[in-house]
Design a protein around this ligand. Sequence first.
Ligand code: FES
Ligand code: FES
Length: 155
Amino acid sequence: MTARKLTINGRKVELQAGADMPLLWALRDVLGLTGTKYGCGVGLCGACTVLDGDRAIRSCQVGVGAAEGHSITTIEGLSEDASHPIQKAWLEEDVAQCGYCQPAMILAIRALLRENPDPTPAEIDAALSDHVCRCGSYPRIRKAALRAARLGGGK
Ligand code: FES
Ligand code: FES
């Protein structure tokens, strides 16, 4: 096994892992960052979404070897105190039901707002089209994403 050097939430970490250990495993099982969720494990549900720079990626589909040298952000790194505009919008719209899909949804919206600070409802739906919410809170997620855009969530 090799020492893998990763940057997670702005901090440099080193962990012993094979190159193909899924980043999701490293985040949850090795680093204890359990905000990132395991859903399907095959890239279909979106629950494991994190940011690679400004881009949303599925951490179950990326090995730690491929993540070396990249700047990865999980929900724990978005803000220290839930003060990020997207998190504020989420609270104001009372979005979450069980909450399982929510860290990924928030990070996917972050990626969208970086690219498109003023998305239409249809653009929000398109950005989340391959994210599954078992509770069906999609209308509130859309509303919160629009509010997050107004609060400057892409900045
Ligand atoms: S757990 Fe990665 S996409 Fe479902
Ligand atoms: S809020 Fe429960 S899965 Fe989305």
